[in-house]
Design a protein around this ligand. Sequence first.
Ligand code: NAD
Ligand code: UGA
Length: 464
Amino acid sequence: MAEKKFERNLLCIGAGYVGGPTMAMIAHKCPQYKVTVVDVMAEKIAAWQTDDLPIYEPGLLELVKSCRGKNLFFSTDVEKGIKESEVIFISVNTPTKTFGEGAGKSADLQYWEKTARDILRVSESDKIIVERSTLPVKTAIAMERILSLNEKGLNFEVVSNPEFLAEGTAIRDLEKPDRVLIGSKETESGLKARQAIVDIYANWIPKSNLITSNQMSSELSKLVANSFLAQRISSINSISALCEKVDADVREVANAIGKDSRIGDKFLNASVGFGGSCFKKDILNLVYLCETYGLQDVAEYWEGIVKINDYQSTRFVQTIMKAMFNTITNKRIALFGFAFKANTSDTRETAALSVTKKLMMEKAHVVISDPKAIKNAKNDLKDYGDDIEYEEDPYKAAKGAHAIAIATEWDLYKTLDYEKLYHDMEKPAFIFDGRNILDHEKLFEIGFEVHPIGRPPLIHFKEN
Ligand code: NAD
Ligand code: UGA
C-alpha cells in the first residue's frame, strides 16, 4: 500500500509533559498533517506507544489513541525526523542551571543548544523552528545566529510559541487556550513563518485568541505570566500567616478581595506552597535576567515570591512541630498527597518534598500516600531508603498515625471516612490541612485537633 500523503510534516523534539500532549492535540485536530514526536529517551518513546503513557494527564490516553499510528508517531530517530519535517517544535527541558555562571538562577540551555546543533548538522532543507520550551529572552535570536552559520545555504526562521498549559488540565488548556502566543521577527520571512504557525493553530482556535508579537515580547511574556501567577499564590500565602495571628480566615479574605473584578477570584487558594517544574525556575530566570541588565531592585522584588514560598512550607512544618508538643521524633505522620497538585503524577518541586525532608530531619516516621505519584515519590526520596513508608491506601497510611498532613488537593481526600480514620489513629489525632480542602468544623467534632492554613486552629487541648 502506498504511504499516505500529508500536507505537512511537523516534528517535535522532546516527548515530555509539553511535547507529548501538545503534539497529540495538533495531530487530533489536524489529520492533514503528519506529526512525529522524538526523544532521546528510548523508554519514554516506548511508553508513548503503549496504553501506559509516561505521564498521567486526564484525557491524554484517549487523545493519543485517537490518532496514534494514523498521523501521530513517536520515535527515537531524531535525525530522520529533522530531515523530513518543515516545521520543528522544540520542547526539551530547560531546568535551572546547577553549575558555573548563573548557577541556581539562570536556565540551563545545554539540551536546547544540542537540538540547535542537531538541526544544523542534519537539515537538508529550509525549516521553521518553534520554541515551545520556556527560555530566557533573546534565545530565539541566539538560535537563529547558530543556525545561520550553515554553509548549505539553508534558511531557518525561529518563532517563539511558549506553552501555557497547566498540568492536570492540559487537554482542556490545549483545546481551548485563553490565548496562543506567536512571536517572530518582523521581516518578510519572519512574518511568513509567523503566519505558517498561525495557520496550524487556526485549525481549531479562534483567530481572536491567536496573539502575535516580536520574539522578545513573546519570550518575556511567558516568564512574566508564570511569575504573576506565582506572585498571587505567594501573596495570599503571606496573608495566611497574618490571618493565623489575628483570627481572620484566609478563605474569607480571598473571597472578599476576589470579588473585586480588578483582582479576580482565581489563584487565591492559600496552600503549603506552590510546586511544579516551572514557577520557581521561571521566576529565578526572570530574576537572573533583571540582574544581568543591572535591575537589582526589580530582581529582588521578584525573588521575594520564591522566598515566601519557602517560608510557607517551613511554616507548615513548624506548625506541625509546635502543635505536637515540639517533638515528632518516631511519630507516624501520614502525608496525604505527594504530587505538586491534584490530577498529575508529577512531583517536580512539590512542596510535599520539602515538607517530607523537614519531617525526616526531625526523625518522624513518614508514610507517603498518593493515588498517582508514589513511583515518583520513591524516586525523589530514594536516599532515605526504607526509612520512609509508601502506602497508596490512605486508610492504611493513617492507621496508627499521630497525624495526617494534607499536601495535595486530590478530591479523594475530601470524601474519606474521617470517623474511621480518627478511630484508627493515636490520640490526640492531628490533621494539618495544607490545602484547606477539608470540613474543619466536622473534623473537630469527630475529635481531631485541626490545623488549617490561614485559619485559627480548632483544638480540644488548650494550653493554660
Ligand atoms: P520534560 O522533562 O517532561 O520533557 C523534556 C523532554 O526533552 C525529555 O523527555 C528529554 O529526554 C527530552 N530531550 C532533552 N534533550 C533532548 C534532545 N537533545 N533531543 C531529543 N529529546 C531531548 O519537560 P516538560 O515539562 O515537557 O517541559 C519542557 C519545556 O516546556 C520546559 O522549558 C518547560 O519550562 C516548558 N513548559 C512546561 C510546562 C509543564 O506543564 N510541564 C508548561 C509550559 C511550559
Ligand atoms: C503553571 C501555569 O499555571 C501554566 O500556565 C504554565 O504553562 C505552567 O506553570 C508552566 O509553565 O509549566 P502548573 O505548574 O502545571 O502550571 O500548575 P498550576 O495550576 O499553575 O499550579 C502550580 C502550583 O501552584 C501547584 O503546586 C498548585 O497546587 C499551586 N497553587 C495553585 C496554589 O497553591 N494555589 C492556587 O491558588 C493555585
